[in-house]
Write a protein that binds this ligand. Structure first.
Ligand code: AMP
Length: 210
């Protein structure tokens, strides 16, 4: 089984949803820099305060802030990890390699831009556990409540359309170059993310050999 895995793809492409399912099936931790930064923001830490303006504007948080929290977290993981939303720049990928992390696979969940805005603006996230739903395609059993923990579902401020467009720009300009970066290193696998959640999961399961 490939256990040190990077999930790549555009915002709204399904990385978080797949990472949660994979994490449960593989018993490997799901590490989401977006979740870590949002937690820091909620807790009002120095990092959270610094990150807030970037997140709200749909821009990437500076590499040095993100690299620090990831390095610290990965140092305590000996049984693999599913990285969701990291690395997002070449500098972050270089930092990961410099930290001695040997990645087994990079899975690109590919979804065309025109599908993404609709997917994200209909998204609802649990304020407590971060589980993600959709008003049309992934409806919670009880309206406004998280199926897993009963927490309140709300739209993330950065899931509003104007911010989503900024996030897509950041993805194309700063994150997409990583496709070639990992292709050159023989680590890239691409799955079609414009399919049912179960189909995408099955495609990734084959790649990761579990
Ligand atoms: P996500 O939940 O992965 O969509 O991330 C939400 C926001 O957190 C992004 O739009 C960025 O502002 C910030 N963020 C998350 N991961 C990173 C990262 N690896 N590098 C820079 N910014 C990040």
């Amino acid at each position: 089984m490939k256990k040190r895995v990077i999930l790549m793809g555009p915002p709204g492409g399904g990385k978080g949803t797949q990472a949660k399912m994979l994490s449960a099936a593989m018993a490997v931790p799901h590490i989401s820099t977006g979740d870590m930064l949002r937690a820091a923001r909620r807790e009002g830490t120095e990092l959270g305060k610094k990150a807030d303006a970037y997140i709200s504007a749909g821009q990437l948080v500076p590499d040095e802030l993100v690299n620090g929290i990831v390095a610290e977290r990965l140092a305590s993981e000996s049984n693999g990890y599913l990285l969701d939303g990291y690395p997002r720049t070449i500098a972050q990928a270089d930092a990961l390699a410099a930290a001695g992390e040997k990645i087994d696979a990079v899975v690109l969940i590919d979804v065309p831009d025109e599908m993404l805005v609709e997917r994200i603006v209909g998204r609802l996230s649990c304020a407590s556990c971060g589980s993600v739903y959709h008003v049309k395609t992934l409806i919670p059993k009880v309206a406004g409540k998280c199926d897993s923990c009963g927490g309140v579902l709300q739209q993330r401020a950065d899931d509003k359309e104007d911010v989503v467009r900024e996030r897509l720009c950041a993805y194309h300009a700063q994150t997409q170059p990583l496709v070639e970066y990992y292709q050159k290193r023989g680590l890239l696998y691409t799955v079609n993310g414009n399919a049912d959640i179960e189909e995408v999961f099955e495609a990734i399961r084959k790649i990761l050999e579990f």
